[in-house]
Design a protein around this ligand. Structure first.
Ligand SMILES: [Zn+2]
Length: 110
């Protein structure tokens, strides 16, 4: 790794940042900066790798479902529609709701 700032942003970084937002990974991130900005900032791929395993199981299943949908060439909307009908979709909604509910009281913890 030679990059030393976040300006260096590959397509992959952008994709991972998008997913970090969708999955609310910043909520689990141990970087103060990520929690403060409510987005995984610096190195999205790194944040993703660190925080993804901390997500509730159903949410991880949801994300895997997105991958499966992509393999089957579903559009994003079709994928969401399908996932909404699954347990994983339910887990994802619960997670999103929990994060939203936690935000107003959220303070910097360190
Ligand atoms: Zn982060």
């Amino acid at each position: 790794m030679t990059e030393n700032n976040s300006v260096h942003d590959t397509t992959r970084d952008r994709v991972m940042r998008g997913w970090s937002d969708v999955l609310n990974l910043w909520r689990l991130c141990n970087r103060t900066a990520c929690r403060r900005t409510r987005a995984c900032g610096g190195k999205p791929l790194q944040c993703f790798k660190l925080n993804f395993p901390l997500l509730p199981e159903g949410v991880r299943a949801w994300f895997e479902g997105v991958g499966q949908a992509q393999d089957q060439k579903l559009t994003f909307d079709e994928a969401m529609e399908w996932l909404d009908t699954t347990d994983a979709g339910e887990a994802f909604r619960e997670w999103t709701k929990a994060v939203k509910a936690s935000v107003p009281r959220q303070q910097t913890l360190q």
